[in-house]
Write a protein that binds this ligand. Structure first.
Ligand code: ATP
Ligand code: MG
Length: 253
């Protein structure tokens, strides 16, 4: 059985942070979690992750100080493969067994050939949403589509999807956040507890690096909590396997 887990930070709404959080999560699991990570960028025609990686590679070539920093890091960067949604399914299947985690950045629109099949290849979907009506209105039918067409359907490995807040503004009245969470609970759409804060830091280069670990100053802003929560969900079977193994071991004593 494959141990590779396919994850997507995905939404049917533009600009909610899909690409940003896919790369944040990929980098944190790769550089800090030491997991074997790969990224598939099938957000055609933007391919912003591929573009980002190429820009960083050019910077390393042009800047000896950065190049030296990268050498000191003594870690290879994770692969980023750009392809169409239709190609992504084959790319993902080829990666099976070779990586611990594969993050897939998908387009923010449902009408793309092959997207349904690609969703079936995912283990978990995390859906970022912003505190605006359009974002909420786009997330409910997305969850509905995953429930109706993907979970439990033949050939599907999708276990669950979760909504979570991105660009959370602490100083704002929290009514909208609370009411949305109530609405989602009524619709049986699970919500993560962690919220990513709205921050100007997201405009900084270090925040979206695919070649360097995220610096400590950026790990605040709710990122640590979110990654821990995601980690507990996607590695729940590992924890279970460990617990079972230790129970078996203690029985054998
Ligand atoms: N928590 C945050 N605080 C502030 N800005 C953020 C936050 N998360 C993302 N952003 C910014 O929001 C913008 C959109 O983010 P991003 O490109 O990741 O969204 P997307 O959902 O992938 O968009 P698209 O639908 O175009 O693919 C970017 O400028 C990004 O820097
Ligand atoms: Mg994007």
């Amino acid at each position: 059985m494959s141990t590779t887990k396919y994850i997507s930070i995905s939404s049917q709404k533009g600009g909610v942070g899909k690409t940003t959080i896919n790369i944040l999560a990929a980098s944190i699991f790769h550089f800090l979690g030491k997991e074997k990570v790969a990224v598939i960028d099938c957000d055609y025609p933007q391919h912003s992750l591929e573009g980002l990686r190429n820009k960083e590679l050019a910077q390393l070539q042009a800047d000896p100080v950065k190049a030296a920093e990268f050498q000191v890091l003594n870690m290879q960067s994770y692969p980023i493969v750009d392809c169409t949604v239709k190609e992504a399914l084959d790319v993902a299947k080829e990666m099976d067994g070779q990586f611990d985690l594969v993050f897939i950045d998908t387009p923010g629109t449902i009408n793309v050939p092959g997207l349904l099949e690609l969703w079936k290849q995912l283990d978990y979907v995390f859906m970022p949403l912003e505190a605006d009506v359009l974002s909420v209105e786009a997330t409910i039918p997305f969850a509905g589509a995953l429930e109706t067409f993907v979970i439990g359907k033949p050939g599907s490995r999708l276990k669950q999807y979760y909504a979570f807040w991105n660009k959370h503004i602490k100083s704002e009245k929290q009514d909208f956040y609370n009411k949305t969470e109530e609405l989602f609970a009524q619709q049986n759409i699970p919500f993560l507890k962690s919220r990513l804060e709205h921050s100007v830091n997201y405009k900084k280069e270090g925040m979206r690096s695919t070649m360097f670990p995220l610096s400590k100053e950026f790990m605040r802003l709710g990122i640590t909590g979110l990654i821990q929560e995601i980690s507990q969900i996607i590695f729940a079977d590992k924890v279970l396997a460990k617990a079972t193994a230790s129970t078996e071991a203690s029985k054998a004593l």
